[in-house]
Design a protein around this ligand. Structure first.
Ligand SMILES: [Zn+2]
Length: 448
């Protein structure tokens, strides 16, 4: 569907209006419309009903503790799998945690709940992963007895993943999507670390990881800002993985703002804003916030493209707090402090990004920029992606000081010559599928 909106921009100091055509894939647009605030709220109320979901809490009681909560998520995934025509399976990937002298003081049964929606194309081995953490905590990170509702941290991310599985399990994507609910985040990113290592050892072709942690509340406790129109996406600049090997080329090419995670963040901004009205995706050029960590990091540290999605303004009176009232302030992570319409938009942003990626062809191969002669133009050439039907390619262009791609040129060929100097522009290429879905952009290697 084409949707025309008028935007204003400033040109040479004059405000002029221009028409910007927003092209939406009707299938993705339909899925986005099915993300529901009440549904998200009911997932969170159920998660809160388990009392505590502390990683070291009981795994044997039927209605309390992290074990019961994980089993409930598994049962939801199994229910959604029924509408997938056999493509979705669900399981708890379990292991036993040993005391680590830090935030684990006993042997503990662990489990990551996974809904795996297999892609429809047998030649497409790409995996897209979306995560939230099910464990919760109060003030003392070792306190496994007290109620820890964890409605927003990270009931919101967990509910996002459940809602995505509910809506997306009946749709067809060429690549595989994994809906991941991890344990052990608050005890040291343990569940994400376990899976990231497994993915590395087993050589999973994970192209993108969207980690959602604290995405459902719209206000700050101190600056009193209320805003449900913006969400942050954190992405690393220089890569944590093998930086020493890559630093020379990053420096030569000026690519410190173009790592895998940053490309994914840019993509999520463009596609998320394309499908979700009244939501701005705000890029943060940083892996995470001060004093905090997140489940994207074990993936980032192993070389995967992973980003963190987090609400714009955090309310620290409702995170990691013992439930109490002090000087008239109610502390604790309760659902009543959340904004489910805001959570709906953030979930829809995830849905649009994942769907567009998983419907798109794979990325182009061997993209090269020709540097054998001194010229003021640019020649790029590339090979067809490993999987997916390709309608053509977008060549993306931006000046080196610009944060976002400025021009998009469509071609059906596997190469292009452009009257733009490689010395002061960045280039990238996306493969475009038959329904217009774009792959992640790839930056060229320098070659002859
Ligand atoms: Zn968290």
């Amino acid at each position: 569907m084409k949707k025309a909106t008028f935007i204003l921009f400033t040109l040479m100091g004059f405000q002029v209006s221009a028409q910007k055509i927003i092209q939406r894939d009707p299938i993705i647009e339909q899925l986005v419309s099915e993300v529901n605030a009440d549904s998200l709220k009911s997932h969170i109320n159920k998660l809160v009903s388990f009392g505590t979901r502390h990683t070291l809490s009981t795994t044997t009681e039927p209605k309390r503790g992290i074990g019961a909560a994980r089993n409930w998520v598994l049962s939801r995934f199994q229910e959604f799998a029924k509408q997938s025509e056999g493509r979705m399976t669900a399981k708890i990937d379990s292991w036993v945690l040993k005391p680590d002298g830090k935030r684990v003081d006993k042997d503990q049964d662990m489990g990551n709940v996974m809904g795996i929606l297999k892609g429809t194309d047998p030649n497409d081995d790409r995996i897209f992963l979306v995560s939230g953490h099910i464990d919760s905590r109060v003030s003392n990170v070792m306190n496994r007895e007290s109620d820890a509702p964890g409605a927003n941290d990270d009931g919101s991310g967990t509910a996002t993943v459940i809602e995505l599985a509910r809506v997306m399990s009946k749709a067809k994507f060429s690549a595989t999507i994994i809906f991941l609910v991890v344990s052990g985040e608050e005890q040291g990113l343990l569940g994400a670390d376990y899976l990231a290592q497994k993915a590395l050892d087993e050589k999973w072709n994970i192209e993108a990881i969207m980690n959602n942690d604290i995405v459902g509340s719209n206000n700050s406790h101190d600056t009193r800002i209320i805003d449900n129109t913006r969400v942050r996406i954190f992405s690393e600049g220089l890569p944590a993985f093998e930086l020493d090997k890559k630093a020379g080329s990053i420096r030569n090419l000026g690519q410190e703002n173009d790592g895998k995670a940053r490309q994914l963040a840019r993509y999520a901004k463009e596609v998320g804003e394309r499908y979700v009205d009244n939501l701005e995706v705000v890029m943060v050029y940083r892996n995470d916030r001060f004093l905090r960590g997140g489940d994207h990091t074990p993936f980032v540290n192993r070389g995967f493209a992973a980003v963190r999605v987090t609400e714009m303004n955090e309310n620290f009176e409702h995170q990691h707090q013992d439930l109490r009232t002090e000087k008239g302030i109610q502390y604790g992570d309760f659902p009543e402090f959340m904004d489910f319409e805001y959570l709906r938009k953030n979930t829809a942003m995830n849905l649009a990004t994942l769907s567009n990626l998983a419907k798109a062809p794979a990325t182009v191969q061997n993209l090269t920029i020709d540097t054998k002669n001194l010229t003021n133009s640019t020649t790029l050439f590339w090979q067809t992606p490993k999987s997916g039907k390709v309608k053509g390619y977008y060549v993306l262009i931006r000046e080196t000081y610009q944060p976002f791609w400025q021009k998009k040129i469509f071609t059906t060929k596997n190469g292009i010559n452009l009257p733009y100097s490689k010395d002061h522009y960045f280039f990238a290429v996306q493969a475009v599928g038959e329904d217009g879905n774009e792959s992640l952009p790839v930056l060229p290697k320098v070659g002859m």
